[in-house]
Design a protein around this ligand. Structure first.
Ligand code: PLP
Length: 416
């Protein structure tokens, strides 16, 4: 049987009430198209949490399909026919017990949430599934976006699925696999001689003339709602508990902000306690604007000059939601860590060889940061941590492997 919308999305209602400016709390009406708030800040979506509490109980959830639409009441899409889905599965938690043993950590305490299993191979699918569904609900037909790769791929895929036109701008040194998948999935792709912020400026400058809806992260209200499901899903998988720390590879920070919002909503509907994980920002030492702002005690980050890193997904020199990231990290008693590209490569190699799990570079960065935090005591061996692997490692260039074997010569089997 072909799955129908009603098998994917529960037959209940979104409990969205209104939107809000994340800086001024000014109320903004739902059900209209918005980018930033009138004061120029990201917009957050608000819900009638009493209504959520009575419709979406823990018990009710046990009978729902295992995808992100199971949290329908806490998501903004009003009409089921506007849901654009490519099969957003719940992603597994993978315990790294061999790695834990190596570092003297309790066996169950290092967990990877493997987001590489999602459509288009990254957690950008969560955000773009919601953004494109809402764009459909609000009548958008043309969407433009800057990307470091994975977001563009997800936009292209969900946009094509919704029959929309998509226009994507990426730095011209974005991983090749990302550029090719974006174009193959139906977007018009432009490779720009600059960084993601330069691409963002092109979208901004052109949107009036070209009639594009700007889908840059945090410049539209719904990608964060999709990313919020990272936090809801994680808490549900841990039996409605949160871990002691979450290591998050931070570019624009949408996922970190989204999870923080999720925990707040989950506490208000009585699903989790007041306990919060330490939220840990992980960046590359060659692009660490948020780490610097955290260390300097500032609420906004200075743009990072000449940003470069092998972990392309976190090469974001300036994040519009910087204050939301920094607020969450501080409130959570978390911290911010930068790691070198060499440490990221070594971390990727180590998990691949010891655990058989191929992380993306950004995901590997969280393990490098975890090892650092373990050695300087900012996390303990008795603390349960979740490392985010945001994309499948298969999308990234890999070192050449293997060696030739000539079958026409005598093979010395004992030396193979
Ligand atoms: C986008 C991306 C990130 C950063 O996520 P944000 O929520 O934008 O900070 C990290 N890793 C990968 C693989 C990504 O695609």
């Amino acid at each position: 049987m072909t799955p129908q919308h009603h098998d994917i999305v529960p037959d209940t209602k979104s409990c969205v009430t209104h939107l809000e400016c994340s800086m001024t709390n000014e109320i903004i009406p739902a059900d209209e198209l918005h980018n930033l708030s009138p004061h120029g800040y990201p917009i957050l979506v608000r819900y009638d949490l009493d209504a959520v509490r009575s419709s979406m109980t823990k018990e009710v959830l046990t009978s729902r399909a295992h995808n992100l639409w199971r949290y329908r009441e806490l998501l903004p899409v009003r009409r089921v026919e506007n849901v654009v889905s490519l099969g957003e599965v719940m992603t597994p938690l993978i315990t790294l017990s061999r790695i834990a043993a190596k570092y003297g950590v309790d066996a169950q305490n290092i967990i990877v949430k493997d987001e590489g299993r999602l459509p288009t191979g990254s957690f950008k699918a969560r955000g773009l599934a919601l953004a494109v569904s809402m764009a459909k609900e609000l009548g958008v037909t043309k969407i433009a976006m800057p990307t470091n790769g994975n977001a563009g791929s997800a936009l292209a895929a969900y946009g094509s699925r919704a029959g929309m036109e998509t226009i994507v701008f990426c730095p011209d040194d974005t991983p090749k696999c990302n550029m090719d998948e974006i174009a193959l999935q139906g977007a018009r792709l432009y490779k720009v001689n600059g960084l993601i912020n330069d691409c963002g400026k092109i979208v901004q400058d052109g949107k009036q003339a070209a009639g594009w809806f700007d889908c840059s992260t945090l410049k539209e209200p719904y990608r964060i709602e999709g990313k919020k499901t990272l936090g809801i899903e994680l808490a549900e998988q841990l039996g409605w508990n949160v871990p002691d720390a979450i290591f998050y590879p931070t570019g624009g920070g949408t996922g970190l902000i989204g999870m923080w919002k999720a925990f707040d909503e989950l506490e208000k509907i009585g699903f989790i306690s007041a306990k919060r994980p330490k939220m840990v920002v992980v960046q590359s030492s060659t692009c660490q604007p948020i780490v610097n702002a955290f260390d300097a005690g500032e609420r906004h980050a200075k743009p990072w000059p000449n940003a470069a890193t092998y972990a392309a997904g976190i090469r974001v020199p300036a994040a519009i939601g910087d204050f939301l990231i920094l607020d969450a990290v501080r409130e959570s008693k978390g911290f911010a860590v930068a790691v070198d590209d060499d440490q990221i490569r070594a971390a990727l190699d180590e998990i691949a060889k010891v655990e058989g799990l191929l992380m993306c570079p950004e995901g590997a960065a969280t393990f490098a940061a975890y090892k650092r935090a373990l050695s300087d005591g900012r996390v303990g061996t008795d603390e349960k941590v979740v490392l985010f692997n945001c994309a499948t490692g298969l999308k990234y260039p890999m070192p050449d492997g293997g060696q030739p074997l000539n079958r026409h010569e005598k093979i010395d089997y004992q030396t193979l």
